[in-house]
Design a binder for this molecule. Sequence first.
Ligand SMILES: *Cc1c(COP(=O)(O)O)cnc(C)c1O
Length: 443
Amino acid sequence: MSSFKDLRSLPSVDALSKQLAGLEERFPRALIVNECRRAIDAARSSVRRGEPLPDLAARVTGELEALAGPSLVEVINATGVVLHTNLGRAPLPELSPQAWYSNLEYDLETGRRGKRDRHTGRLLERLLGRPGILVNNGAAAVYLALHELAGDGGEVVVSRGELIEIGDGFRIPDIMQRSGAKLVEAGTTNRTRVDDYRRAITPQTRLLMRVHPSNFRIQGFTARPALEELAELSRDSGIPLYEDLGSGCLSDLSRQGIDEPTVQASIAAGVNLVSFSGDKLLGGPQAGIVAGDRILVERLRSNPMFRALRVDKLIIQAMETCLRHHLLSQVEALPVERMLRLSVADLRHRATHIAAELGASSCEVREGHSLIGGGSTPAQTLPSVLIALRGDAAALERGLRTSRPPVIARIEDDTLLLDLRTVPPDLDPLLLSLLKMVPVTIS
Ligand SMILES: *Cc1c(COP(=O)(O)O)cnc(C)c1O
């Protein structure tokens, strides 16, 4: 047991920081002292656990160097998951952020105060034929809609098959409760008909709600009314129909083999209000968009929570850019659209080139699939061509993850797979050089 001796040999904060006085040219003294204290505290705990005394000076220097650099860094996403939540969902198009002043809430025509959502509002109105507003994310959009339209204890009818959890704590019943609305369940888990909604309506009903089952499918003996049927019930009863669409797909992706309802189709079917995320299939920054009947959108906008959930100028700028690309059909300018449209032939060409450079002893090219991911289009995949690396998959994964820039790949059946769909083609040479540096341990 060296633990007792090691504990006594821990330096004082003062002694350790004196030893590191040379760092004072680059770091504030108070920060160095604080890092010394943190390192000594951590060392005390690890010595008590029986671990050897670390090199404290080296540890503090390492921590300070790490603090001086960014923590949020660019990674190469070779997973083939287009909307990877852990990797920031949709990659953004080229932007030139206005870091200084802008006309965010200033009308350049009149010289008066303007509204910050007119920048995106004019584009949403053209794209969807309806006014729309931006909030922090999809969850905030759902909250705001429920809070404004039924937050005083009003009843909201939802099918039992749509009481979903999106992940990271977003559950429809919970958000409903927090909004002040009262959930009324209609139908059953697998089968709900329009009559179930009709029977659930009472004088307290404020909203008929439809939730897109983004991340799962109910299969087998199932039934779900068409949106048009619910819209008819909504018109007959005078109760608005609200759809939480989740992904916010703005362009028809059926030619890519992706079966995802578009926002335009939802509005055409007669939905009064629809909400969706900015960073899923729309291909933009994190945001939630609510669009629909002017009277309802205006109500949401005047709710005090709208101010609390509003988005920043950087988001508005990024969203404006993305919406304009959609409006002008510049799909090539949107990374998500570009990646979804990549052909298998193109992916094979790139994979074959990289594999040839690496050599047949380190890898092979095989058919496989990319995933859309990001809480949208469950079980929907796109055909792709993968590079399968030979060797210890876990070791290769770690090697690539800790390279600079980090390369994130996926493991399937103990094999490390690289999918070039999510790698910008101009990064292929960099990816190749990183792959060549990773020690390949042939198993
Ligand atoms: C993703 C999703 C949400 C949450 O949106 P965020 O932008 O992640 O907050 C809500 N509802 C549905 C149906 C979704 O798919």
